[in-house]
Design a binder for this molecule. Structure first.
Ligand code: PLP
Length: 438
């Protein structure tokens, strides 16, 4: 094994949920039957797969095929694909974007890596430019994007609680959020993985104007947003502006294997990221872009997103909600995050007597796998008990499996809170006061 550099050492470790995924994969290998509610991989929906087959057939039959796979292209992306997205966005949102406002990357994860290291980290004068996540929890993958880990700074949210309905919603805490000259850029997912939260238009506008005042870019991770994959269950509109980079992924629209990320924004920012990408990998693969160009130009991708992909996960969320409402012990302070989008549900067990990790292990003993919440707080430096009381539940399983798994989860919750008895109360007396309504 050669000696590793600082960057080598850092990048050779998995961050966040990927480390837990290793435990999950090893558990699944044991062969016992589990209901797996941990998956982040989207479901292969027949209509979506058929769309990609049809677009591939059309590409294979066209003269374009040779130039798509047998030639290098522009670092910015495959021109017909950029043109299709440009025309679609201009028409849909009344914009006047040109090709120069686009960059195609091999998946959106790589786009965040480019941005994290172009706009975050140490400046030429030695100033640390922070990557600000205005609302924690957020996408676990942000934990590994910066070569300078100390650059990542996340802020605790405020909690909107509805104890009677057992629902809650995170809101950015503007009394804490600092966007200053040492901010490199701001980043958040909308809809959010893992919570399903959708920041309101007002909240987004407020973040954007705080950032604009400091000439700081705002990257809106729209991996679940409309028009594709349209995994929003609440009304939301995309934001555009001189300091906004609107970032799309086609992974949840059925093409995770093809690795397509799209950045839309100011030409100067795009050029920086494009040069970075040229140095890194020349350009993104063109086959996926060529089939996606067809699906976007025809309108099929937006239509399937709205009519097939969104209702599929929305139905799953409704089943999950109904099952929890029916099965969870009424005496336990459990809270489900409002399901406003994405392909996950986020459950908070307030005052959970054991850690999220211990609960995850105990639930595995009941044949159910969910994801403990603590890896979803990248960049948060405080020790906040809430981080060890949450769980991400994937909506990719069948309805029957979701129901069975949540029945078992509810029984375990009952046992865990009942079992706390004197032992837990003793801890609760000495432990710091729980966060209730931040
Ligand atoms: C919020 C969010 N952003 C970015 C990504 C990365 O997606 P990709 O690199 O496949 O575009 C994911 C993947 O799950 C995600 O959930």
């Amino acid at each position: 094994m050669p000696a590793l550099t600082q960057f080598g050492d850092q990048m050779s470790h998995l961050t966040g949920v990927r480390a837990i995924m290793k435990d999950i994969i090893e558990t699944l290998r044991l062969g016992q039957s589990f209901i797996n509610l941990s998956a982040g991989n989207p479901v292969i929906l027949p209509e979506v797969e058929q769309l990609w087959r049809d677009c591939t057939t059309a590409l294979l039959a066209s003269e374009e095929y040779g130039t798509v796979v047998c030639r290098y292209g522009s670092s910015q992306g495959y021109e017909p694909f950029i043109a299709a997205v440009r025309d679609d966005f201009n028409q849909r949102y009344g914009l006047s974007l040109s090709d120069r406002n686009f960059l195609i990357t091999p998946g959106s994860q790589s786009l965040y890596f480019l941005a994290a290291n172009a706009f975050g980290g140490y400046s030429s004068t030695g100033q640390l430019k922070r990557i600000v996540l205005p609302l924690s929890p957020d996408y676990t993958g942000y934990g590994g994007i910066s070569l300078i880990p100390e650059a990542l700074t996340a802020y605790r949210p405020q909690l909107d609680l509805d104890p009677t309905a057992h629902r809650f919603k995170y809101r950015p805490d503007f009394s804490q959020l600092e966007i200053t000259p040492d901010t490199g850029f701001v980043l958040f997912s909308r809809p959010c993985n893992p919570t399903g939260n959708v920041l309101t238009d007002e909240e987004v506008t407020r973040i954007e104007s705080l950032a604009a005042a400091q000439n700081v870019p705002v990257l809106v991770d729209s991996a679940y947003a409309p028009p594709y994959p349209a995994l929003n269950y609440t009304e939301m509109s995309p934001h555009f502006g001189p300091n906004i980079l609107h970032c799309i992924s086609l992974s949840k629209a059925g093409l995770p294997g093809e690795r397509i990320g799209i950045a839309i924004g100011d030409e100067a920012m795009i050029q920086v990221l494009e040069a970075f990408q040229t140095n890194l990998c020349i350009h993104s693969s063109r086959y996926g872009q060529a089939i996606a160009a067809r699906a976007i130009r025809s309108g099929a991708l937006a239509e399937i997103s709205e009519q097939v992909i969104r209702p599929h996960y929305q139905r799953k969320f409704a089943v999950l909600e109904a099952t929890l409402d029916q099965q969870m012990p009424g005496s336990v302070p459990w809270y489900l995050h409002r399901g406003e989008g994405a392909i996950f549900a986020w459950l908070w067990l307030q005052e959970l007597p054991i850690t999220d990790w211990a609960f995850y292990q105990a639930l595995k003993q009941c044949g159910v796998i969910i994801v403990p919440g603590s890896p979803f707080f990248p960049g948060l430096k405080d020790d906040w008990p809430h981080m060890r009381q949450c769980f991400r539940i994937s909506l990719t399983a069948s309805e029957a499996d979701i129901v069975t798994a949540l029945e078992r989860l509810a029984q375990l919750v009952d046992r865990v809170y009942a079992g706390q008895s004197t032992e837990h109360r003793a801890v609760a007396v000495t432990a710091p006061k729980q966060e209730v309504a931040r």
